[in-house]
Design a protein around this ligand. Structure first.
Ligand SMILES: [Zn+2]
Length: 204
């Protein structure tokens, strides 16, 4: 789970400079790592507060700051964009880092609570355009991943007939219209094609 933060000043000068960042870190940690990457940029275009003395270099309390040589500021590139995703859903070039952290959490929940692997979650995420709240709502209504929707529908039909205690040899079972039942399920439920099969979500 990584995102690639690219320095835009470098990018615009034809230099590929940036850093892979662990997406499971919290948002502030990611911000820090990106700020460090931008300060180390080969194409600085702004100055920012010195990270070591926080602008206090050369004052009586702080003493000498070697990082900024008492200037209080250091050169840095200003802007970045996310240019690549590794083992993580594509959230575009300018996702908020809070959303990236929330997505990483969602991936863990999906895996631990629902047994959904990262590749399948990517497909599910794309269905809701990477919107964290929508994906999270969908997971609350997750029925499971099946080879085909028909497998899910038939299983559900049998379950319902068992609940209604319809005997195994009943004429109602023999002539139950599985196909028509499956068609209705397809209309009512949300179904997302995944690498492992189809992810089925209850209507809500
Ligand atoms: Zn300093």
């Amino acid at each position: 789970m990584q995102i690639y933060a690219a320095c835009l000043a470098s990018y615009n000068s034809g230099i590929l400079y940036g850093k892979w960042i662990d997406a499971s870190a919290d948002a502030d940690e990611m911000r820090d790592q990106i700020a460090t990457m931008l300060r180390d940029s080969p194409c600085p275009n702004v100055t920012v507060t010195c990270p070591d003395c926080e602008g206090e270099g050369g004052t009586e309390e702080f003493g000498r700051c070697d990082t900024c040589k008492n200037a209080g500021t250091v050169p840095s590139a200003e802007e970045y964009a996310i240019h690549d995703y590794d083992d993580f859903p594509d959230m575009g070039e300018y996702p908020s880092l809070d959303d990236v952290a929330a997505m990483a959490e969602l991936i863990e929940t999906a895996e631990n609570d629902h047994g959904i692997n990262a590749d399948d979650l990517k497909a599910i995420s794309a269905n809701w355009h990477g919107k964290i709240d929508d994906i999270s709502n969908a997971l609350d209504n997750f029925a499971g991943i099946y080879d085909t929707l028909r497998d899910y529908a038939d299983e559900l039909a049998d379950e319902r007939m068992n609940q209604e205690e319809i005997p195994a040899n009943s004429i109602a079972r023999t002539y139950f219209d599985y196909e028509s039942h499956a068609r209705d399920i397809e209309i009512e439920y949300t179904v997302v094609d995944c690498p492992s099969g189809v992810a089925v979500f209850y209507p809500h």
